[in-house]
Design a protein around this ligand. Structure first.
Ligand code: C2E
Ligand code: CA
Ligand code: CA
Length: 645
């Protein structure tokens, strides 16, 4: 608020000022005192707070002082009375000190202010500064600041035209200093703000120390279970290895991963998932020895370090104990979770010579344990790392291949064994690799299933096959159904039915010309849920065939309930015709069962006329195999179709 404002608009401002029993005016020209006095007289205020041109507190002016000085002092001298010596000022000064304490706590500067003139003489200072430093007007600044400190400030001032937030120590306290040049009453004066930050610095140090401790803890321990994390584990492991007491002592690493844990997170949320993890951690601790280390190194991945084992086979006992832990389910929020774990095992010094590599190899063994079916454990072997390397290379190639659209559909005809006519085709994926040429799915499908690349590839095959078949139908070349293989990984997806529907809608493909092939082991993996999905597919008009029938273990009761249209007799049994009695017995039984349940039957892998004959004689209606045609590229299959018309 400027003094001129006060003067032109006195009434309004001083209503508020009265209430406060004080007024703030800003010194902004060389006649401030007269004006301040005038205001006080007019409004019967007996003290007034003065602010400098930066709206900073510059002193308090009391009426009692004015009488004493009013007529005798020149402006420069009048300025000195701002220092607030008058007794009425004390209350306000105290208030300001309180405010200062609060400000200090908040780290906001509220300062001792000192004006220093040439010869480094203090020309004016506020009461704060006077009290704190025990200096007075006309004292040399050297009375409070050592010449070295002052020189240091002046050097900074000359270099930057000002000093800001520089910390200096005065009388054992730490001040943050701002030094600037101002013009006051026609003179160049240096204004020194000193903000006591000692408390802040002390608090800061304490805070920093406790923060450092916290950060240290966060860096080394897992927040959820408070178990050591990977970093601390590695440190401990290296320490253990370096300090092994006896030559023949071994260190065994168990890398443990919960099976299907992601489903819990996805279905019940992360809070439930977290509780499960905490309980698992507690269970694990209960079976370990005092020397053993348990660390959590990932969402559902734990590492156990078993020390000082002379017989590594002892570790198998620990593994068995761990597996036994999961026999009872874990309950969270009244929900029972039946869990199992897969474990990879690596041993020092047999499998690796340092902690890092040991963990890596345990992880490789863990993957193998998972691949071999869950709830398993597996010891690391050196061939595994070679296989893993190849697998990583292949995976990288696969991703590139997907981006480069290298996956093609081949078509293999399906025929009626009775009429010999074409009734459909199976879509079979091929990888048209720039160097390797056409790659068989047996090489890459298993990997695609374990890394989920089967999802994009499977969708693409479905889309391409439907698109192509629709075109052939429009050209009048093809009448039957197209069979598309669906992997377990695809069928597990919650949105699999929507995805399939979206694809056929997009292409405007008639659903009853689409047949999906799924192996019986896929369906038996989760019969309830998958049964519902089959019903939804059926409702869309899509047909379902069970692939490789006879190789898995179908539960007949489920088979009866599932809305299945067709059983596909696996080629391994067909290959046994006409010499292998057992295969032939199975084929006959499968056909009989399929008929009894009202399904159609197709046999795959028919290479010989006599096989076709045998199958037909026992009631199998359809066939597929090299006898009729190998799987053909789009162009070749189109030629094949044209030759039929
Ligand atoms: P599958 O579904 O059992 O496919 C039949 C396999 O038998 C095909 O091998 C086919 O080329 C082969 N085959 C057909 N007739 C004969 C025959 O007379 N004799 C012999 N020895 N073999 C015959 P392919 O194309 O190498 O496919 C292998 C497997 O890869 C398939 O077995 C299927 O499980 C999978 N697969 C192929 N394409 C796809 C796909 O698009 N998606 C998914 N998820 N899996 C696919
Ligand atoms: Ca198939
Ligand atoms: Ca098959």
């Amino acid at each position: 608020m400027l003094l001129s404002d006060l003067i032109t608009d006195k009434e309004d401002h001083f209503k508020d000022a009265d209430a406060l029993a004080e007024a703030y005016i800003t010194i902004h020209n060389n006649r401030p005192l007269d004006m301040a006095i005038e205001i006080m007289d007019d409004h019967k205020i007996d003290r007034i707070t003065l602010l400098d041109e930066n709206e900073q507190y510059a002193g308090t002016l009391a009426k009692a002082d004015i009488g004493r000085y009013r007529d005798t002092l020149n402006d420069k001298e009048k300025l000195q009375i701002f220092s607030g010596e008058a007794s009425e000022c004390r209350a306000i000064e105290a208030k300001l000190r309180d405010a200062k304490a609060t400000y200090n706590m908040l780290g906001i500067a509220f300062c001792e202010i000192i004006y220093v003139q040439d010869m480094q003489i203090i020309r004016w200072l506020n009461a704060e500064a006077m009290m704190t430093f025990g200096v007075n007007i006309d004292d040399p600044i050297a009375k409070m600041l050592t010449p070295e400190r002052w020189d240091h400030l002046m050097t900074l001032f000359n270099a930057h035209g000002g000093v800001e937030h520089e910390r200096i120590e005065v009388h054992g306290r730490i001040y943050e200093v701002t030094l600037m040049e101002v013009e006051l009453l026609g003179q160049r004066i240096l204004k020194l703000f000193l903000n006591d930050v000692s408390e802040l610095v002390r608090l800061g140090d304490e805070l920093r120390r406790s923060l450092e401790r916290t950060i240290e803890h966060i860096a080394h321990y897992d927040a959820l279970t408070d178990l050591p994390n990977r970093l601390l584990l590695l440190a401990k492991l290296d320490h253990t290895i370096a300090h092994l007491k006896r030559q023949n002592e071994k260190v065994v690493i168990l890398d443990l991963n919960l099976d299907h844990f992601k489903d819990i997170n996805e279905s019940y949320g992360y809070a439930v998932g977290d509780s499960v993890i905490v309980q698992v951690a507690q269970k694990l601790v209960s079976v370990l020895g005092r020397e053993d280390v348990l660390a959590r190194v990932g969402g559902d991945e734990f590492i156990i370090v078993l020390e000082g084992l002379e017989d590594v086979m002892k570790s198998e006992e620990v593994v068995k104990k761990i597996q036994a832990l999961f026999e009872n389910s874990i309950t969270v929020d009244g929900i029972d979770f039946k869990l199992s774990a897969s474990i990879g095992i690596a041993i020092f010094p047999d499998d690796a010579e340092n902690g890092e590599l040991l963990l890596k190899n345990a992880d490789i063994a863990l993957r193998r344990a998972k691949d071999d079916g869950r709830n398993n454990y597996c010891f690391f072997s050196s061939e595994m790392s070679v296989q893993l390397f190849e697998r990583i290379l292949l995976e990288r190639e696969l991703r590139r291949g997907i981006d480069a659209s290298e996956f093609l559909v081949y078509y293999q005809p399906q025929v009626s064994l009775i009429t010999g006519k074409l009734i459909g085709a199976e879509a079979l994926v091929r990888w048209n690799h720039p160097v390797m040429g056409i790659v068989s799915p047996d090489v890459f499908i298993p990997l695609c299933e374990s890394n989920n690349l089967i999802i994009p590839i499977g969708e693409q095959i479905l889309r391409d096959a439907c698109f192509q078949v629709k075109e052939w139908k429009e050209k009048g070349l093809f009448e039957g159904r197209i069979s598309v293989n669906v992997s377990g990984k695809q069928f597990e997806r919650v949105d699999v039915v929507e995805t399939i529907k979206a694809i056929i809608d997009e292409i405007q493909f008639e659903p009853h010309y689409l047949e999906l092939e799924m192996t019986e082991s896929v369906l038996m993996g989760n019969p309830q849920v998958f049964g519902e999905k089959l019903i939804e597919l059926k409702a869309l008009g899509i047909e379902v065939a069970i692939d490789d029938f006879g190789t898995g273990y179908s539960s007949l009761s489920y088979l009866k309930q599932f809305p299945i249209d067709k059983l596909k007799i696996d080629q391994s049994f067909v290959g046994g015709i006409p010499h292998n009695e057992q295969d032939m017995a199975i084929v006959k039984a499968v056909i009989a069962m399929s008929q009894a349940l009202g399904f159609r039957t197709i046999a795959e892998g028919i290479e010989k006329e006599e096989q076709a004959e045998f199958l037909k004689n026992f009631g199998c209606e359809q066939g597929q195999g090299y006898l009729y045609s190998r799987p053909l590229s789009t162009e070749k299959f189109e030629e094949f179709l044209k030759a039929l018309v």
